[in-house]
Design a protein around this ligand. Sequence first.
Ligand code: XMP
Length: 518
Amino acid sequence: MAITPAQQETVLVMDFGAQYVQLIVRKVREQQVYSEIRPASMTLEEALAEKPRGIILSGGPNSVYAPGAPTIDPAILEAGIPVLGICYGQQLLAHVLGGEVGRDQQEREYGHVPIDIVEPDILFKGVESRTSTWMSHGDKVTQVPPGFKVLATSSNSPVAAMADPQRKLYGVQFHPEVHHTACGKQLLRNFLYDVCGCSGTWQSGAFIEQTVAELRAKIGEDRVLCGVSGGVDSMVTAALLDRAVGEQVTCMFIDHGLMRKDEPEQVIAAFDDWPGVAQFVAIDASETFLQKLAGVTDPEEKRRIIGETFIRTFEVESAQLGEFKYIAHGTLYPDVIESGGDATATIKTHHNVGGLPEDMSYDENIEPLRLLFKDEVREVGRQLGLAEAICARQPFPGPGLAVRIIGAVTRERLDMVRETDAIFREELQAAGLTDEIAQSFSVFVDVRSVGVMGDERSYAHPVILRAVTTDDFMTADWARIPHDVLARISNRVVNEVGGVNRVLYDISSKPPATIEWE
Ligand code: XMP
């Protein structure tokens, strides 16, 4: 089921292969304008069907001259829809509309590049005449198409920005969507509000109202089963369903025994404090999961076993509760967009709420969050009145601590990871570092080393601490936790957690590492 953003002002982002096309969409939505990715192959007819207020052409790795390079249906540029081309998008505008693109591969511009605004225009309203931008390009526009004027230049780009205000066609060589472009937000805002005429209808309150109405119409008198893990996605899904059809919803929490310390109790307490939810079922299946995982060291095998055990437990438990027509998932927009970017929206198999099965005997899936980014889900959660501890919760892998134990999963190892993780969290909180750290956890590795404790030699395990900063989890850096905080954590861990004699801090960024270890 797709919740459609009916009546929303929409700006479409055409994907020409930009690595971070999602970032453009997110930045547009940050300005309260709804946005979605569309493929480069979109036709005028398809575009008009969505009544877009504007279209943004993304960057991309190609040269417009490369054989097979993606291009745009020129009719889209003649339809009176405001267009903003970014990087490759600007070059494409120039190429298609009769300007010139130079292929000077020797003089690439990469990184921080100051630009000078040479012609006033609404696009640069409120922007200083010299401003720092982020560029990454080889080709560049050397001559604007007929009807266009040059708005800005850089030392290496004679056309750092261009416009034909009459036709509402704009291009920029730099990337307004990235943080390093000082005027990026203002420029996007100017385009959305002053050029496209948007008024900012994309707000979480409106989303909730509309989604609740659509869920009600869709579900009618039938029953819905909603799997919950305590994560923000599944809790917001449950809250929307609760608001829409109250008594017809049953929430089911399966504790696989692989959660962080005290989390199962917190999930149960969250439902105890939530009087509206008619039915909540918590199943402690930790013993079954541990038995099935005994001796398994291969991470993919662990994932497979956990997924399968979930399905079996879910089926058995829900069968005892009668018939459900619908099953609800907390799938998000990044899960929906096929990686690689062609946004014909192929849906990936994704067990987002901790392993909900795809092939179960329910008539239909309900995915009320399938058009949202994580930060939007958090905001919807806050609007719905969910506790901040739920809304701000870090992402947690579906297979849980099993992927944070390198080697076989045992109760003893789970305890080591859990206790270390709890101390780590406590100390980060006490040091006021939780807001700047996107994800933090501990990892157990199946090696032992010599140490000395009291008067005795020890031969025990190390634990690894991992904490990262990131906006999007696609790239990440290790968090610069002050040494004295690390020292406190290390002391507490070796003193309080049995079987551990060393504490290591992971100082790898992503890439080349990943955030998790398995
Ligand atoms: P990586 O390790 O790929 O992680 O840098 C990126 C983000 O994805 C989460 N992650 C997972 N989530 N099942 C999940 O549901 C998994 O198997 C899994 N592996 C990684 C990870 O926690 C991080 O937020």
